[in-house]
Write a protein that binds this ligand. Structure first.
Ligand SMILES: Nc1ncnc2c1ncn2[C@@H]1O[C@H](COP(=O)(O)OP(=O)(O)O)[C@@H](O)[C@H]1O
Ligand SMILES: [Mg+2]
Length: 128
């Protein structure tokens, strides 16, 4: 019995205005599989990731995650489904500790807004 793909991409493409950057990309990734996308600078890797992860809606094709069509959903709707992108260049908050940096997304998840700027140590619900 074949395992259904966790991520399925059908004929994905994207244009910035008239400038077609990627086209007709189809691929499947099953759970636990490690897949690499390689290409020279300007090949369209970031455009691909942005289109898949909801930074913008691709101008062509469809993206399915866990069988659900997520094409064009914004990132904040895709992330809770379990699909998250990471960034090539990352930054930390230099005035926060390591654990506080790790907790920043949890703060937002707990609806605390930007109160972390005051003190994360007072947010007991974040600690386990
Ligand atoms: N927002 C944008 N508007 C117009 N062109 C863009 C934009 N973002 C990227 N590009 C162009 O699309 C092409 C692919 O870029 P990108 O996806 O960043 O490639 P890679 O990540 O593989 O280096 C490049 O020619 C780049 O200049
Ligand atoms: Mg890139």
């Amino acid at each position: 019995m074949s395992v259904p793909p966790l991520l399925k991409i059908e004929n994905l493409g994207h244009s910035y205005g008239k400038y077609l950057v990627i086209r007709d990309i189809s691929m499947e990734v099953t759970a636990g599989e490690l897949t690499a996308l390689i290409g020279p600078n300007g090949a369209g890797k970031t455009t691909f990731y942005n289109a898949v992860s909801g930074r913008f809606r691709p101008t062509q094709g469809r993206v399915f995650f866990n069988g659900r069509d997520i094409t064009g959903l914004p990132a904040h709707r895709i992330v809770p489904l379990g699909l998250v992108r990471s960034f090539q260049i990352t930054n930390v908050f230099p005035d926060l500790s390591v654990i506080e940096n790790v907790l920043v997304p949890l703060v937002l998840h707990h609806g605390k807004g930007f109160s972390f700027l005051k003190s994360l140590s007072r947010e007991k619900a974040l600690y386990w």
